[in-house]
Design a protein around this ligand. Structure first.
Ligand code: DX5
Ligand code: ZN
Length: 226
């Protein structure tokens, strides 16, 4: 890990109170969040439906921090332009859903956005061997995508460690992000394995002392692992 990879927390709005989204966003911005993570689910790629462009647009209006859109949808290339226009700064697509991966990643870059690729727990790192250099963000799912509040799957941490080695060799500026089951107990192992961006929904928005204290606790636990 290099100093150019500081620990960053990306609160997942999936766990926020949607009736008071503006207040929730303000709270995590004050609390030291680095970016906001928006989970778009289509009910086909994953067994759950969340939200689309109207919520991304609303978050864009409310937020000063960058937004990252995590597209858990089939045929993501059909929506890249719309997601970019709605206000996402980073667009994360699932490798399992992108048939023409090279084209989709270049579409994101052509829209002027950071290109992110997401791998499910069982998807091997080998599957990105040809395109590592194209990535601004590599997101490894530490749960099966679809729902917040799940437990981190232990074997994914070994994959994080190998992904860090791969990025160090071929794309050291690329963020290595983890998503799912990240809390004050699991974040240290993920940080020690080499992740530098941590998505957290439940551990931020359902934190006992409020969202800001949730972020502070995560940062402290992650930094202690370095
Ligand atoms: C899961 C989503 C996650 C989710 C994380 O499919 O991609 O971003 O919101 O929630 P927690 O942090 O509660 O596991
Ligand atoms: Zn996500």
């Amino acid at each position: 890990m290099t100093p150019s990879n500081p620990i960053r927390i990306a609160p997942s709005l999936l766990a926020a109170d949607f009736l008071h989204l503006g207040d929730e966003i303000a709270a995590v911005e004050r609390g030291g969040a680095d970016r906001l993570h928006l989970d778009v689910m289509d009910g086909v790629f994953v067994p759950n439906i969340t939200f689309g462009m109207p919520v991304i647009r609303a978050a864009r209006k409310a937020a000063t921090l960058p937004l990252e859109a995590h597209l858990m949808i089939t045929a993501p290339d059909r929506y890249i332009e719309a997601v970019a226009e709605a206000g996402a700064d980073t667009i994360l697509i699932q490798i399992e859903a992108a048939t023409h991966l090279d084209r989709a990643l270049n579409q994101i870059k052509q829209a002027g956005k950071r290109a992110g690729l997401v791998l499910n727990p069982a998807t091997p790192l080998d599957s990105l061997s040809e395109i590592v250099e194209l990535l601004d963000v590599l997101l490894l799912m530490t749960v099966n995508p679809g729902f917040g509040g799940q437990r981190l799957i232990g074997y994914t941490l070994e994959k994080v460690r190998r992904a860090r080695e791969l990025l160090n060799r071929r794309n050291p500026e690329c963020d290595l992000e983890v998503d799912g089951g990240i809390d004050v107990n699991t974040i240290a192992s993920a940080a020690a394995a080499g992740a530098n961006v941590f998505v957290a929904g439940t551990a931020v928005f359902a934190a006992q002392g409020g969202a800001a204290s949730g972020i502070a606790a995560l940062l402290e636990a992650a930094r202690s692992a370095r």
